[in-house]
Ligand binder design. Structure first.
Ligand code: GN1
Ligand code: MG
Length: 365
């Protein structure tokens, strides 16, 4: 079998003018491989090159199709109803023979424009940043709210369906020979004590209380691009999981990532906390756009969503640790265990502030 092409050779397929100076690993994604391609003498000095992880996204061409449909819809919307402030949609760059992914490559590689003069952060900077992150998610939801859900396919079956993750956890656990260390026993007990909360959003969906809409799927704070000059949110990136789902998954994910000032990679477990001031800022930003389309039930399930998606991510990391780190990229054998414990700490912090958070949600609506 031919050896895989190096990223620079793949990047070359997407270059229309100028020459490649360098291809560098980029960002902190846990699934796909991402590179920044730097160009000389080109109208845009860099672009993003990504290898889609086809172990996870088993229908990568479906992912590309969703991205095209999403982008066309949002661009059209922005032209018809120009927003009062900057909002960008990353562009798919075409190969020299007009394909949207690399031909003749073993994997599926694509290239995406870099949102000009913008930056992302892995940890929240301040309440202004939090408010902008919330605004960004609201804007994103608003812009896809009139794209029919059936226009996009499900690119990752079972994604954010918490009871399914619990089933996977049970299956992995029954096979696991991992030594029952004190911390492992603690994590096992943590999950057991919260088993019953796993179905809260799926049940609300089944009862018709929460409608299927289109969601981003992964709106953690480092997927919200911030304008370097104005500090405003200007785009959401990482569009692989834009698909039918509950917007509560998104709101929960955005808050669990943005209200944890130490971020999901910290090793300082004792200091992990969910900050209500950041939650207030984020929800304020979100509601400034989303108030228009949220229902009574949507508000009712916000607290549950924040707690559930945090629990779910902890459960996913923990399962992957027990399975031998087969899903999330891990830098060392305990990496996913540590990540799980951070999320579990965050769940405890959320639970301890249930009354405050519910009051906060009430006061903002
Ligand atoms: C994964 O690859 P990345 O970092 O964009 C994961 C998300 C998790 C996130 C946690 C498809 O996203 O669900 O919230 O890690 N994406 C997928 O950092 O599973
Ligand atoms: Mg992602």
């Amino acid at each position: 079998m031919a050896s895989p092409l190096p990223p620079i050779a793949i990047a070359q397929q997407f270059v229309r003018s100028g020459s490649i100076r360098e291809v560098q690993p980029f960002g902190s994604g846990n699934i796909n491989d991402t590179f920044l391609v730097l160009l000389d003498d080109a109208p845009e000095p860099y672009f993003i090159l990504q290898r889609i992880n086809t172990q996870v996204f088993t229908n990568p061409l479906g992912v590309m199709r969703n991205m095209r449909i999403f982008s066309e819809h949002v661009r059209d919307r922005l032209t018809r109803q120009p927003p009062s402030r900057r909002w960008d949609v990353p562009r798919l760059l075409l190969t020299q023979d007009d394909g949207d992914h690399c031909q003749d490559c073993e994997d599926v590689w694509r290239a995406i424009s870099f949102v000009d003069n913008s930056i992302t952060h892995d940890t929240i900077q301040d309440t202004r940043h939090a408010e902008e992150i919330g605004y960004g998610l609201g804007m994103f939801h608003n812009l896809i709210s009139d794209l029919p859900t059936e226009n996009l396919i499900d690119t990752l079956e079972g994604f954010h369906i918490t009871p399914r993750y619990l089933e996977q956890y049970d299956a992995v656990l029954s096979e696991s020979k991992a030594e029952r260390t004190a911390e492992l026993v603690q994590c096992l007990a943590f999950v057991e004590a919260r088993r019953n909360l796993a179905q809260v959003l799926e049940q609300a969906k089944a009862e018709g209380k929460l409608p299927m809409r289109l969601m981003h799927g992964d709106p953690k704070i480092n997927n919200v691009m911030i304008d370097r000059t104005t500090g405003q949110a200007v785009s959401l990136i990482d569009l692989d999981t834009v698909k039918p789902g509950l917007i509560h998954y998104d709101i929960g994910d955005c808050l669990r990532s943005g209200c944890n000032p130490l971020g999901e990679e910290t090793e300082d477990l004792d200091a992990v906390s969910f900050e209500p001031d950041l939650a207030a800022a984020m929800l304020k930003g979100y509601l400034s756009v989303a108030r228009a389309f949220l229902t009574e039930n949507d508000y009712y399930y916000l607290y549950d969503a924040i707690r559930l998606i945090t629990f779910e991510l902890g459960l996913r990391f923990f399962t992957d640790h027990l399975a031998g780190n087969v899903y999330f990229k891990a830098k060392h054998p305990r990496h996913n265990l540590n990540r799980a414990r951070v999320q579990f700490k965050l769940v405890e912090s959320i639970e301890a502030q249930e009354a405050t958070l519910k009051q906060l949600i009430e006061s903002l609506r």
